[in-house]
Design a protein around this ligand. Structure first.
Ligand code: KIV
Ligand code: NA
Length: 274
């Protein structure tokens, strides 16, 4: 299994880091089998897996259940779990207790926190011994304040602030930074300024690595894709077709066939039917 030190080394060597979200046992198992460097149990699970309106509704209990399932599916991959909305903008004691649920109870190897206003928590968790991934740019847990999901850091002041915030994430101990929905030129600058790897989503090719949402990547139950997503598969077509075939076969008694069927001895059958 790769560790935080390996990710730093990969950046130094110019080797791109691959991250994908996974939310359950099969998605984790297949992601590990494909050879991804890190798995993120993203709170995007609230939307793509549980059908919530936004990530704001994801709870600690949701994250613990799904992180445990991912852990069982991917025993040899570094797993990062998202701290859900409002579970770390609290007292140090409560924030640490919540982080420990993911790190100790569920077995994540690190946690991710969103936004520039939780530097103290990045430091607290890191000092405690919990590896932290920071997340800047578009931070979906702020949707109520932002209004819409859109590109961040396009203007001069905004860009300057993002660069400063990114540096602070590193100074406070984060071992990686996820940068979401920012112009590629800004990503390049931030990746150059930091020694920790910058993992981009909608952040262009100059990030030190990329992350995509599992369901978006494989085409599984999502209707609308953001500009920054490249769908590498369309498994939902196969899933729907399989289920349609099953329905047809049941209605027409083409399923189950003899080979799917158990039988009993003739003498017992005779007695059954007298
Ligand atoms: O929850 C998530 O999937 C994420 C990624 C988009 C980085 O935070
Ligand atoms: Na997230």
């Amino acid at each position: 299994m790769k560790t935080t030190k390996d990710f730093l080394q990969m950046k130094e060597n110019g080797e791109k880091i691959t991250m994908i979200t996974a939310y359950d046992y099969p998605s984790a198992k297949l992601s590990e089998k494909a050879g991804v460097d890190l798995i993120l149990v993203g709170d995007s699970l609230g939307m793509v897996q549980l059908g919530y309106e936004s990530t704001v509704f994801v709870t600690m209990d949701d994250m613990v259940v799904h992180t445990k399932a991912v852990k069982r599916g991917a025993k040899n991959t570094f797993i990062v779990a998202d701290m859900p909305f409002a579970t770390y903008h609290t007292s140090d004691e409560t924030a640490l207790k919540n982080a420990l649920r993911l790190y100790q109870e569920a077995g994540a190897h690190g946690v991710k926190v969103e936004g520039p206003d939780v530097m103290d928590k990045i430091q607290l968790f890191t000092k405690t011994g919990i590896p932290v991934v920071a997340h800047l740019g578009l931070t979906p847990q702020q949707i109520g304040i932002l209004g819409t999901y859109k590109v961040q850091g396009k203007e001069w002041e905004e860009a300057q602030k993002l660069i400063e915030d990114a540096k602070k994430c590193e100074e406070n101990g984060a071992f990686a930074l996820v940068l979401e929905c920012v112009p590629r030129q800004l990503t390049k600058k931030i990746a150059k300024e930091l020694s920790i790897p910058v993992i981009g989503i909608g952040a262009g090719v100059d990030a030190d690595g990329q992350v995509l949402v599992y369901h978006d990547l494989i085409g599984y139950g999502v209707d609308r894709l953001a500009k920054f997503v490249k769908p590498y598969g369309n498994v939902q077509v196969e899933i729907i077709s399989a289920i349609e075939q099953y329905i047809k076969d049941v209605k027409s008694t083409r399923f189950p066939e003899e080979r799917h069927t158990y039988t009993m001895k003739d003498e017992i059958v005779d007695r059954l039917y007298g």
